[in-house]
Write a protein that binds this ligand. Structure first.
Ligand SMILES: NC(=O)c1ccc[n+]([C@@H]2O[C@H](COP(=O)([O-])OP(=O)(O)OC[C@H]3O[C@@H](n4cnc5c(N)ncnc54)[C@H](OP(=O)(O)O)[C@@H]3O)[C@@H](O)[C@H]2O)c1
Length: 313
């Protein structure tokens, strides 16, 4: 039998998630089955559970989870990729997955990406959702070596990758985080600044030159209000979370426009390659058994340690 976490109603994870047993999936044409070894946990999963991404009762019980890593255990008809086949036994990431919180994940081959030997399942499982998002922000902000970029939430899973991509593009990076994470941000080449009261003054003091663009991963009014004071053109503020501030003229990204989708698709191979060589630093904070998905999501919603949470079937 296979096992899967489903949402049985929209609300707090501890109240509405259930572990269910299902028949093992059989791969359809162009699909594979991946025996998952690690599953990435994301804030979007918690938002889905709470009904913040839509609360359609007709979708219940709803499978959740956007990414996982594991080993191909079965291949459907026509499941071959151009330039080389993937087959049973291959280590792969599935992104973007549908219902990744399972030990047997059916995936369209277009969403299956080989994992290099040097990348372990746990780091691979949490890499791509945040990685492609970070890449989209940096490309949309058109970051280059003349820029001074302010990144709100620089210690978050998206933020740490955005810092590294912006630094690789040659920019000076100022990044906000709680004080416990400042040394890590320095190690990535960013100038750390604490969020909270007085943020605008601290950024101005830290910046060697005026801020030219902003990447916001927090969605707070403090982050957006501070950013609007720092740049002349609100169109140079790119946010993945401040969807209530669209009327301020900032750029909001969620992968829904053709350009945003293209940025994300084009980033996948480089992220996997750089994570495998260690050129891209990512961290796994904590692993949880699949059955403890509700605990993982509840902890993720509070002030949690830096790095990704991963479920292990
Ligand atoms: N639109 C999209 O395409 C997209 C894609 C991916 C993610 N997202 C969203 O982006 C957000 C970040 O995701 P993530 O995975 O990076 O989350 P995460 O790993 O949980 O990071 C959260 C970050 O927020 C910081 N933070 C916590 N409280 C704060 C406060 N009061 N003010 C300012 N910063 C604060 C944390 O700093 P410390 O821990 O240092 O205190 C940390 O840097 C989530 O809302 C997620 O749903 C959107």
């Amino acid at each position: 039998m296979a096992h899967r976490i489903v949402v049985t109603g929209y609300g707090p994870p501890a109240d509405v998630l259930a572990l269910v047993e299902t028949e093992p999936p059989i791969p359809g044409p162009g699909h594979v089955i991946v025996e998952t070894k690690a599953i990435g946990v994301n804030p979007a999963d918690a938002k889905t559970v709470r009904g913040q991404m839509g609360a359609d009762e007709s979708k219940l019980p709803l499978p959740i989870g956007f990414e996982a890593a594991g080993v191909i255990s079965a291949v459907g008809d026509g499941a071959a990729v151009p330039g080389g086949a993937l087959g049973v036994g291959d280590r792969v990431i599935v992104y973007r997955a549908h219902g990744a919180y399972t030990d047997r994940l059916e995936a369209d081959l277009t969403t299956v990406h080989p994992i290099p030997d040097d990348l372990d399942f746990e780091h691979a499982a949490g890499l791509l959702l945040v990685g492609v998002t970070a890449a989209d922000t940096v490309r949309t902000a058109d970051v280059g070596d003349d820029d001074v970029v302010l990144i709100h939430g620089g210690s978050g899973a998206v933020g740490v990758i955005a810092i590294q991509l912006a630094r690789a593009a040659g920019a000076t990076v100022i990044a906000t985080a709680g004080p416990r994470n400042h040394d890590h941000l320095r190690s990535l080449g960013a100038i750390p600044v604490a969020y909270g009261d007085g943020l605008l003054d601290r950024v101005r003091e830290a910046a060697p030159r005026p801020v030219t663009s902003v990447i916001d991963t927090t969605g707070t009014d403090e982050a957006i209000d501070t950013s609007l004071e720092l740049v002349d053109n609100p169109g140079t503020i790119v946010s993945i979370a401040a969807f209530g501030r669209a009327s301020d003229g900032i750029v909001l990204l969620n992968g829904s426009t053709p350009e945003s989708r293209r940025h994300r698709t084009e980033a996948v191979d480089g992220l996997i390659a750089d994570a495998a060589t260690g050129d891209l630093v990512t961290e796994v904070a904590k692993t949880f058994p699949l059955a403890d998905a509700a605990i993982a999501l509840t902890e993720l919603e509070t002030s949690h340690p830096r790095g990704k949470f991963v479920l292990v079937p």
